[in-house]
Write a protein that binds this ligand. Structure first.
Ligand SMILES: [Zn+2]
Length: 77
């Protein structure tokens, strides 16, 4: 039996950096889905398409931290 070789990382939660809401400083987030429309002109099959993008928003004010907002711009930055 071969175990998948995943390095086990022992992480102390106290060492981690919290992601906080830039607007209200809240630490709790919830996942929602952004919906985008791909126009028929850009769509490969010529049909208008709806694309869903999961994103995290602040549980208090709905603000989107930069870390998550980058996901909406294609990720790599
Ligand atoms: Zn907030």
């Amino acid at each position: 039996m071969q175990q998948p070789t995943q390095p086990r990382v022992n992480v102390n939660p106290n060492d981690l950096t919290d992601i906080v809401c830039p607007d209200c400083g809240d630490l709790n987030f919830k996942q929602v889905v952004r919906m985008k429309k791909l126009s028929a002109l850009l769509s490969p099959d010529g049909q208008e398409q709806v694309i869903s993008i999961p994103i995290f928003i602040c549980n208090e004010c709905g603000g989107v931290p930069e870390e998550f907002a980058n996901q909406l711009q294609g990720g790599t930055q």
